[in-house]
Design a protein around this ligand. Structure first.
Ligand code: ZN
Length: 469
């Protein structure tokens, strides 16, 4: 960064930061390159399985020699030692084909094995398993890897064309930039991908919290019927990929069970199922990207409020588990998280006990405790407002954002405490809406320590920003 720019950014209004972003780009390898890629995958798998087989034997032996109740002690050495052994092994006359590809394939696979054992001994993961030859084929290279505007360059093969050009910003006057490492993988449909991380400089404009108005806050409710509803009224339909493909999957799987083992037809059938699963996954990723991008780039909010979703808890209800996993809330939250971070949007998770679909978003004075999943619409007995279930929840989530940024206040301007006079539509000049002190949502927030702390933090940011300008 030159001096001029530096002065500009250090003034406090702008913030300079370096961003690490990941990319996964589809490749267009030539017919001659595909067998080499397959071979590189095979070498990586061979190295992993070869060492794991040796270590499994050593581990079993150690297990037998350890009295029960004691910790099993097993010294395997480091992946660097294993790589030295691997270099000798692959030079044997019958293993010549393994020495033909880059040494990084084997080296990185052994490094992965080392990481797998580490996690196993810490109790974070299960015992390392053998890599299969027909699923999740991939290899990683860590030296001499470059990315250009329309190609990726890896050892042994050289340049491979990219399906999508100009996906990575390359500085002017340079035709490629070095990468620390890249992973090449193939999916069930036979598409090849390269994935890597790289550093980019971004300069987000640091917006102050004080400039937030009610229109800058968006509440999002996730659901199963419609994937998501925003408080602005945008509705995203759920593609229900799995539910729709279920019938066909069942038929294919029944057919597979009837095929003779190791037969050509069995392999063909297996590929058919794998391709179907891949399509379901692709549809899920697509809709998650479309939705999160629409929220971030189209409505351009400054704050997004979502529920505290815990898919692992939600799936405990077995009747709903498949529908919840099919809707892939976890993936949508992940995408929303990083897209908000890149665009300087504050992402707020409402506390998990905030029953956003039960309160009346119009008057706030009623909580429908007996709301069931099948109730799509209900009427508030206090103010008589008819609610759409999901839109009401999105509105209530937005209300949490309004409360956090002090855009709602309980100042009573209308003398008498009638419901009519205190509806949130009444706004002051500063955009602050006055609500009734009897609002049940406010009562809830003010008893939750977590909410009060977050509000304090946001108010503090507000104070610092106002002072620095
Ligand atoms: Zn009401």
């Amino acid at each position: 960064m030159d001096a001029d720019l530096h002065n500009k950014y250090s003034s406090g209004i702008y913030l300079y930061m370096q961003q690490i972003s990941g990319r996964k780009i589809c490749l267009k390898p030539s017919k001659a390159q595909i067998p080499v890629l397959r071979r590189m995958c095979a070498v990586a798998r061979r190295a992993y399985n070869w060492k794991l087989a040796q270590q499994n034997k050593a581990y079993e032996l150690a297990k037998q020699n350890t009295p029960p109740g004691h910790k099993i002690k097993c010294e395997f050495g480091t992946p660097i030692d294993w790589h030295k052994e691997w270099c000798i092994y692959k030079k044997l006359p019958e293993n010549k084909w393994m020495a033909e590809v880059s040494k990084f394939c084997g080296q990185e696979a052994l490094r992965d094995l080392g990481a797998a054992w580490k996690r196993f001994f810490k109790g974070q993961a299960k015992h390392p398993r053998f890599h299969r030859y027909d699923v999740n084929e991939s290899f990683r290279c860590s030296g001499n890897v470059f990315i250009g505007r329309d190609f990726v360059q890896i050892p042994t093969i050289g340049k491979i064309r990219l399906q999508e050009k100009n996906y990575v910003k390359i500085p002017v006057g340079v035709d490629r930039i070095p990468l620390s490492m890249a992973t090449v993988s193939v999916d069930a449909t036979g598409k090849w991908f390269v994935s890597f991380i790289y550093k980019t400089d971004i300069i987000p404009i640091y917006e102050t919290v004080s400039s937030i108005t009610a229109d800058d806050i968006v509440g999002i409710d996730f659901g199963i019927k419609d994937l998501a509803i925003t408080s602005e009224g945008m509705v995203y339909a759920n593609p229900k990929g799995y539910a729709r493909a279920k019938q066909r999957l069942r038929r294919y799987q029944r057919a597979l069970a009837r095929k003779r083992k190791h037969s050509k037809n069995r392999i063909k059938c297996k590929h058919k199922i794998a391709r179907l699963y891949q399509r379901i996954t692709n549809a899920r990723i697509n809709v998650a990207h479309q939705f999160t991008s629409d929220v971030v780039y189209k409505s351009k909010p400054k704050m997004v409020v979502i529920e505290d979703l815990k898919p692992s808890n939600m799936t405990k209800n077995h009747k709903l588990a498949s529908a919840i996993l099919d809707a892939n809330f976890g993936r949508m939250r992940n995408y929303l998280e990083y897209k908000c971070k890149w665009n300087n949007i504050q992402l707020i998770q409402a506390p998990c006990f905030y029953a956003s679909s039960q309160y009346c978003s119009h008057c706030g004075q009623y909580k429908k405790e007996d709301l069931k999943l099948k109730d799509r619409e209900w009427v508030c007995p206090v103010c008589g407002h008819r609610h759409d279930r999901d839109f009401n929840a999105a509105e209530n989530l937005k209300f949490y954002g309004l409360w956090l940024t002090e855009l709602v206040s309980t100042r009573n301007t209308c003398g008498e405490n009638t419901v009519e006079a205190c509806l949130p539509c009444e706004r002051s000049e500063e955009g602050v809406a006055y609500v009734d002190p009897k609002d049940k949502r406010l009562q809830f927030f003010e008893t939750q320590e977590q909410c009060l702390l977050l509000k304090q933090e946001i108010t503090l940011m507000h104070y610092i920003d106002n002072r620095s300008i």
